[in-house]
Write a protein that binds this ligand. Structure first.
Ligand code: 5GP
Ligand code: ZN
Length: 114
């Protein structure tokens, strides 16, 4: 956890292009964007993935959903559409073990998921 890159970004120990922050979550531009809008929304509390969440996290998760909706509006993709996804584990190619939601938009995406 101490070595977690996203925990370091949240604490500003590693620079990032921050787009939003509140007491519960943090959002920043993906360093390797896959779409014109590609933001990562992360809880400040460290959890490796959805598998580490518990009942107590329900409010946090609802909050993150609302923040994602707000960011979609702020970033100008609410009208055109956007995709929200979180990768978990090997088959999904999760590369950073701190729960994060990709917010992708600004381009027509394909239906394919794999
Ligand atoms: P995953 O593959 O785990 O779902 O997504 C991890 C994402 O984090 C990738 O899209 C990758 O580009 C992004 N990423 C990895 N390291 C950094 C970093 O240091 N800064 C930023 N802004 N994004 C990062
Ligand atoms: Zn972390």
């Amino acid at each position: 956890m101490n070595n977690c890159i996203f925990c370091k970004i949240i604490k500003d120990e590693i620079p990032s292009a921050k787009v939003y922050e509140d007491e519960l979550c943090f959002a920043f531009k993906d360093i390797n964007p896959q779409a014109p809008v590609h933001v990562l929304v992360v809880p400040k509390k460290h959890a490796a993935s959805v598998l580490e969440l518990c009942e107590d996290d329900k409010e946090l998760l609802g909050h993150i959903q609302l923040v994602i909706g707000k960011l979609a509006n702020d970033l100008g993709v609410a009208e055109t559409g956007f995709r929200v996804m979180t990768n978990c584990g090997k088959d999904a190619c999760q590369s950073v073990a701190h729960l994060h939601y990709h917010l992708l938009g600004g381009v027509q995406m394909s239906e394919k998921m794999v």
